[in-house]
Design a protein around this ligand. Structure first.
Ligand code: GLU
Length: 502
């Protein structure tokens, strides 16, 4: 790649950022870092009616949580600002005027009501109304009205929009880095509004003007913008600007069935479709709050659309940066799999530094009202992390290290507390009392040799013993548990259990 790569993520702050949007941001970030380029965050807020309070802040917080670092933007600053489109109004006005001047655009005075009537009439006749080369000659615009009439209307401040004059019947050829050559005939396109009567540009004009002025070299965005590509390419031509490269990312699909992944799928199947909890209005669940590690979340997203060409599935951000390439992004939609998301978290639960998990775990233990030393927290985490997907699951796997059984699981008692269990447990207690170095491996050796001497069944003894210590038939290696809780507590739990179970 020659020249300096400049890419942008350009969300509209209309609500919480969907995970599809996070993936777009991620791919832009990976591409920028890989090519030692620059990632710009541009807030596309020209559609004032769709603005949502808190959305801009949410976008930034979500990217930060993911470790997607922005080089230029509203907060970061940079030489190409302002980075919020609502602060760039005059710029767009100037470029709209330039297109009017060069004849690539025209003013249209048709009222929404007039257009509504036309749309309806077409519908009734079984066709779709398009404002384009076929119809514009018969409509109320600066191409059909005499010049003095146009001057009068503008002098009277009659509202008008500025539309792009899409050429008739021309094959527009485009290149997409993922899809290759894309061909569209301009006859299928309408004269899109570039500038609205409220003095704001539409997405199309603002987006193209900014990509040019911000010297964007590669436009990496979602597939839903592919239908806008012909207009954008024509706008570049109209302005006489060099085209950037385009890459349209495949859609994220529902876990089952057809169509785009939506919030409703998440609600139905019980998984979030947003990175963070959304606290406003209709709230929405977030991956962060559900206990996902950002590393796992990012890893999962990276593989939804891109593949490394090998079986490797676990990638750190640095590995993603060095291995990512647009050429390995697929064309067809990527199916979202909530089970796989959990799987990724489980993997990170195993590979993350134990101290990091232990720190969080210790907080949880303290909230339960117990204190724990960092090295003990680490020891317990090591012991049980293989059994959980989330940090929150660690308490259930370790509560019995802190609390003696409050009850004895009925089904387990029925199955495992045998007639000779009381006698065996009393003998076991005596064996344990005689052990001076109460360390897992030592205890195990002594207990096992006692079982052999007495010719007891190992399963029967160990299950009954576990019932007394844990209250249920679960938990890690029993000798590790009693090593941790200590001799005194172990003997007490045996006494207490014998009292209750007889
Ligand atoms: N503002 C558009 C969005 O919300 C940006 C599309 C683009 O990247 O061109 O997705």
């Amino acid at each position: 790649m020659t020249g300096t790569v400049r890419v942008r993520f350009a969300p509209s702050p209309t609500g919480p950022l969907h995970i599809g949007g996070v993936r777009t941001a991620l791919y832009n970030y990976l591409f920028a870092r890989k090519h030692k380029g620059t990632l710009i965050l541009r807030i596309e807020d020209t559609d004032r009616s769709r603005l949502v309070e808190g959305a801009e802040q949410y976008i930034m917080e979500a990217l930060e949580w993911c470790g997607i670092l922005i080089d230029e933007g509203v907060r970061e600053g940079g030489n190409y600002g302002p980075y919020r489109q609502s602060e760039r109004k005059e710029i767009y006005g100037k470029y709209a005027a330039e297109l009017l001047e060069s004849g690539w655009a025209y003013m249209a005075f048709d009222t929404p009501e007039e257009l509504g009537i036309l749309r309806k009439a077409h519908e009734e006749g079984g066709s779709v109304f398009m404002y384009n080369a076929q119809t514009r000659d018969r409509l109320k615009n600066s191409l059909t009205l005499p010049a003095d009439e146009v001057s009068r209307l503008t002098a009277e401040e009659i509202p008008y929009v500025i539309r792009f004059k899409m050429p008739a019947g021309e094959d527009i050829e485009m290149q997409d880095m993922i899809r290759g050559k894309v061909l569209v005939n301009s006859g299928t396109l309408d004269d899109k509004i570039l500038y609205k009567s409220d003095g704001m540009p539409t997405y199309h004009l603002a987006n193209v003007v900014d990509d040019h002025l911000m010297e964007i070299t590669h436009i990496i965005r979602g597939e839903e913008w592919l239908p806008s590509l012909p207009l954008h390419v024509m706008l570049y031509r109209a302005f006489g600007w060099d085209l950037p490269s385009f890459a349209h990312l495949p859609l994220l699909l529902k876990p089952t069935g057809k169509g785009k992944l939506s919030k409703r799928d998440g609600d139905k199947m019980g998984f979030p479709v947003f990175p963070l909890f959304w606290p406003y209005g209709e709230t929405a669940r977030g991956y962060r709050e559900e206990g996902y590690f950002p590393e796992a979340f990012v890893n999962m997203l990276a593989l939804l659309g891109w593949n490394p060409g090998t079986d490797k599935e676990l990638f750190s951000m640095d590995e993603l940066i060095s291995e990512f390439s647009i050429e390995r992004v697929g064309r067809s939609g990527a199916r979202f799999d909530p089970e796989k998301a959990r799987w990724f978290n489980h993997q990170y639960m195993q590979i993350k530094p134990v101290e990091d998990i232990a720190r969080e775990y210790a907080k949880m233990v303290e909230e339960k009202g117990y204190s724990i030393k960092p090295e003990d927290a680490a020891r317990l985490v090591e012991m049980v992390r293989g059994r959980v997907d989330f940090i929150s699951g660690l308490w259930y796997q370790t509560n019995f290290f802190f609390e003696a059984p409050q009850f004895y699981d009925e089904a387990a008692v029925k199955k495992r507390w045998k007639e000779d269990s009381p006698v065996q447990m009393k003998e076991l207690k005596a064996v344990l009392e005689g052990i001076s170095s109460f360390i897992s491996s030592d205890i195990e050796e002594r207990v096992k040799s006692w079982i052999r001497e007495r010719d007891y069944g190992t399963g029967a003894v160990m299950n009954a013993f576990r019932l007394l210590i844990v209250g249920e038939l679960r938990g890690p290696h029993l000798f590790d548990i009693i090593d941790f809780i200590g001799k005194e507590e172990t003997l007490e739990r045996i006494d207490r259990g014998l009292e209750v179970l007889g």
